[in-house]
Design a protein around this ligand. Sequence first.
Ligand code: DLL
Length: 433
Amino acid sequence: MMWVEEIETLPRSGLDSIQLKRLQALVHRVYDKVQPYRNKMDQAGIRPDAIRTLADLRKLPFTTKDDLRASYPFGLFATPMDDVIRVHASSGTTGQSTVVGYTASDINLWATVMARCLTMAGVTRGDMVHNAYGYGLFTGGLGAHYGIEALGATVIPVSGGNSRRQVTIMRDFGSTVLLSTPSYALNLADAMADVGITAAELRLRVGIHGAEPWSESMREEVERKLGIKAVDIYGLSEIIGPGVAMECLHTEHGMHILEDNFLPEIIDPDTMEPLPYGEAGELVFTTLTKEAFPLIRYRTKDISRLFLEPCGCGRTLVRMEKVTGRTDDMLIIRGVNVFPSQVEQVLVGIEGVEPHYQIEVTRDGNLDIMAVLVEVSEHIFSDEIKVLENLSRKIQADIKDMLGVTCKVKLVEPRSIQRSEGKAQRVIDKRKL
Ligand code: DLL
């Protein structure tokens, strides 16, 4: 168990004073060590010692994904590279992906917050944990892995894919806890049906699912098909990876944020003013304890709400509502974060293609299917079938290279994609979550 009672059940004033101390130290540190932060603070006329209370947080400038891209790959790191022992990256396999780094102490912190999250779901040393989050640049697999080990439970580092084999492993090894995206949990349920293994033959007790949005009806389906209690876990690479917030077994109303490390705010995405508890808006985080890649007021673009009401588990940590949407157009396709602008970037480099396109997302069973409709130019359209086939194959391969996602490509006639009068509607998301 990793139940840090002296922090997790602190009265508000105790948590506030820990946060303030850490925030002050952080602001001094980034001002001294990270040029882009110093520039931004200078521009805003803020000196580090202007932070006297937690309310002064709002004086600090926001950080956005664009800031991260502008300092790609390591420009926002606050420690020398010699002290960085791991990097991860999200969204896209090339160019402007978001790169994050960890010192040894950051990896330790990550393992601890992840272990604290697992504890919220009742995971203990005695558990056999089936970790089906992807291992690699994605933070899911390795982030969860270190947390499971820190807790002292047994980790099965199975990663994603090969679902039938996974089901056999779950049965033979007696997995008691499943970690996966919610959609992959449903895939595993299908694979069970395919190989003829029933939930009753498994020892699974709880599933910890996140990395993509999922609804209450999906939760019911996962619980019914796998015979488990399914809980939500939230995180993002920029802030640390999985382990930022987690549902406990007492609540169906939000995830406890590990706010001794990750200081949350909700802002109005238009006015950028902080909103009071209970109101929906964009979630913003400041990392209070990270060394290599600290972030100040990072705009997640995720929409949520914060609640302070006491929870049955005894934790006083603030809770965030299940993420209900985003303020930008980011899509999550089979666990990969995809921005329509990345698809556009591929298309503009291809001869014979018009800059008119639409991305259609559907779900076949539990699998996300992305189709890209692309207008071709007049002269290509009247060409032979073979030319069109080659073009479509090239677009598919280039998108796969750029994003790591296989999509369907449909070439359509010139001027057949509806022109909009304002903002083009690039995405049609037909998934019913
Ligand atoms: O998805 C980290 C993670 C791994 C979380 C495993 C939970 C479990 P990124 O790839 O950087 O990191 O994607 C972060 O995914 O801004 C949200 O839009 C979305 N997301 C993550 N968790 C949830 C969730 C990982 N529980 C982006 N519900 C975030 C809804 C989620 N969306």
